[in-house]
Design a protein around this ligand. Structure first.
Ligand code: NAI
Length: 316
């Protein structure tokens, strides 16, 4: 049987990673971009990454590197790219005008069955999809960078998205080994970035107020909270840190409210505090392409090992 086909629109950082995820799931992938050079470098990069993953026995899916590579083809013609696709994942730059333009083009050529999905990190579905003829088939599938190593996908419907679009997207994400979560309605920042920004802003205030150094602040997460959050979420943490949620609330509700009431206003993320944090973090990791690249590679290796470990320890 012919494998099902998907189209990935935009072959940058995220588009490449999606292409790898879909190929690992056995899907035929048409990778589309306006820049031929981007497509060429995307294919080279995907090949290199897959070889390295194969060598470290971390390649996802049941197919070999060559079989997965054979599933991916590139194209600079939008109509040809989406022809025969049952799912289209848009990954072009985070710019509302650009995205509305591409979804307008896709709307004209889409049939009544294909799902039109966006990787946007923060543009609301109502901004992206309102007015499209195929709005019922539109959805946001927000990945976490890099999607090949971090499986979470936030699925965010437009108010007019058909529930079957949400269900099919959810099922597809499961099928390709990602970890989808459904938002019942759109909200600024979706859920992941709302949580992330809550952490970043308190980190910024604590360093800005001189409570802790920037590098120690990061350690609180990487050697503290983060260790458990790789396995259990904040709500289960409450449950396990007492005799269940209600007992946790009984014990800690007043203390939590006391601390939360001392939180400061939204930081400006500029000026002296920015300089201080930038200096400290850049001292550890200089802003030089090779250094940043090496650190990202190391992060990806860590995430690959963690993913393997999580698979072994899976208990739900
Ligand atoms: P990128 O800049 O690396 O790649 C964008 C690609 O789109 C480039 O290859 C560019 O040539 C291509 N492109 C530009 N206009 C186009 C058009 N009209 N048609 C087709 N291709 C076009 O961007 P990146 O980082 O891959 O981000 C893509 C999307 O994914 C954005 O919406 C971003 O918010 C989202 N995202 C990014 C994450 C990240 O950490 N980088 C994480 C989660 C989501």
């Amino acid at each position: 049987m012919e494998p099902s086909q998907v189209a990935v629109i935009g072959s940058g950082l995220i588009g490449r990673s999606w292409a790898m995820v879909f190929a690992a799931g056995g899907f035929k992938v048409k990778l589309y971009d306006v820049a031929q050079q981007q497509l060429t470098s995307a294919l080279e990069n995907i090949r290199k990454q897959m070889k390295e993953l194969e060598e470290s026995k971390s390649l996802k899916g049941a197919l070999s590197t060559e079989q997965q590579l054979a599933l991916i083809s590139t194209c600079t013609d939008l109509k040809a790219a989406v022809e025969g696709a049952t799912f289209i994942q848009e990954c072009i730059p985070e710019n509302l005008e650009l995205k509305r333009k591409i979804f307008g083009q896709l709307d004209l050529i889409a049939d009544d069955n294909v799902i039109l999905s966006s990787s946007t990190s923060c543009l609301l579905p109502s901004k992206l999809f309102t007015g499209l003829k195929h709005v019922k088939q539109c959805i946001v599938s927000h990945p976490v960078n890099p999607p090949y190593f971090v499986p979470l996908v936030e699925i965010v419907p437009h108010p007019e998205t058909d529930p079957s679009t949400t269900e099919r997207t959810y099922a597809l994400m499961k099928q390709i080994g990602q970890s989808p979560v459904k938002l019942n309605r759109e909200i600024e920042g979706f859920v992941l970035n709302r949580l992330q920004y809550a952490v970043i802003s308190e980190a910024w205030r604590l360093v800005g107020d001189g409570v802790i150094s920037p590098t120690d602040l990061d350690l609180v997460m990487s050697d503290g909270l983060g260790m458990r959050y790789a396995f259990i979420g904040p709500l289960e943490t409450m449950h396990l840190n007492a005799e269940g949620i209600s007992n946790y609330c009984e014990r800690y509700r007043e203390g939590m409210k006391l601390v939360l009431n001392t939180f400061g206003p939204v930081p400006e993320f500029s000026g002296e505090i920015e300089e201080k944090i930038n200096q400290a973090i850049s001292e550890k990791i200089p802003v030089v392409p090779e250094v940043l690249g090496a650190r990202r590679n190391w992060r990806d290796e860590c995430l690959t090992s963690l993913a393997k470990m999580k698979k072994q320890m899976k208990s739900d």
